[in-house]
Design a protein around this ligand. Structure first.
Ligand code: BT5
Length: 279
């Protein structure tokens, strides 16, 4: 059968008719031409008892969001805007953190396979392309937003991971998204199939998530994909702006920063950028 040659996805038509026929992720698939936020749809579904594996995709979002009330902008039809519903086992916090890493690793693998663009992860939740050489220039190609659903008793019961990927955003539209926004098509010099990217991504998720549940820790692989380890950075965290060397990632995924005085400090959340003029 023709579809079988493309893996588990029946995806000849486009995003609207995409559906996976095997595995856990994407068999329950909801597509919207326009929605507020795919994360909101997945969060509401989780609260109504939807099973792990639900995938929500939209061509456009009116209320796309990043972390800390920031906005995620995407011209309609240009991007892969999707949310995945997970039901992590206990210990919830351990698995939720690692599922977010699995999503990042799956995105790196899928983007590399489908577009050929060289990408890395930027702590904690970005996909970037770094210009070759020591210029320090980098472009943000995708961002991830993980949100937890709690039961009425206050127990965490579900995790929604939302990903926005700039797939075919025209070069001229990028500056309006963010000063350092980049897209796969602009870097590859050709359009990239969003359906192929989605299919490759969900295939990666399927196997890497199964590995996680079998005891494979994604932290070493995640560390290998992280940009800027060993380099001078600035971290914007809850405690202000702090400079140092991005030394490592610890077992919880926290960024370990070596401060100028020699001591280290760990960050579980924040934003990191390369220190201007230091490279
Ligand atoms: C993120 O937040 O990077 C997480 C973005 C997650 C978006 C997806 S889309 C599907 C799902 N549904 C949602 O509603 N959200 C998820 P953060 O690290 O806070 O970065 C946000 C910042 O990135 C903004 O303040 C802008 O500076 C920049 N930005 C916004 N849109 C961008 C784009 N398309 N490309 C690059 N940068 C962008």
């Amino acid at each position: 059968m023709e579809v079988a040659q493309r893996g588990a996805g029946m995806n000849q038509e486009g995003l609207e008719s995409y559906q996976r026929v095997t595995g856990r992720f994407g068999r329950e698939f909801r597509y919207f031409t326009e929605v507020g936020s795919t994360n909101d749809v997945a969060l509401a579904a989780a609260r109504s008892g939807a099973a792990e594996g639900l995938v929500v995709v939209a061509d456009g979002q009116s209320e796309g969001r990043g972390r800390l009330q920031r906005r995620w902008e995407a011209p309609v039809g240009s991007s892969l805007l999707m949310s995945l519903l997970f039901r992590p086992p206990e210990p919830f916090v351990y698995f939720a953190g690692r599922i977010t890493m699995v999503c990042g690793l799956s995105l790196v693998a899928a983007v590399s396979a489908v577009s050929g663009v060289a990408v890395q992860l930027k702590w904690p939740n970005d996909l970037i392309h770094e210009a070759s050489g020591a210029s320090g220039d980098w472009l943000k190609l995708a961002g991830m937003l993980s949100e937890v659903v709690f039961s009425e008793a206050g127990q965490p019961v579900a995790l929604v991971v939302g990903l926005g990927v700039n797939v075919n955003v025209a070069a001229g539209d990028l500056p309006a998204l963010a000063p350092n926004a980049g897209s796969l098509s602009a870097l590859a010099g050709t359009e990239v199939s969003r359906v192929d990217l989605l299919d490759a991504f969900l295939g990666e998720i399927e196997s890497r998530h199964a590995d996680l549940l079998c005891g494979v820790d994604p932290v070493p692989a995640w560390r290998e994909q992280l940009a800027w380890l060993g380099r001078p950075v600035v971290v914007h965290g809850a405690g202000g702006i702090i400079q140092g060397i991005a030394e490592d990632i610890d077992a919880e995924g926290a960024l370990v920063l070596r401060l100028p005085g020699g001591e280290t400090r760990r960050f579980l959340a924040g934003d990191v950028s390369l220190r201007p003029g230091a490279y």
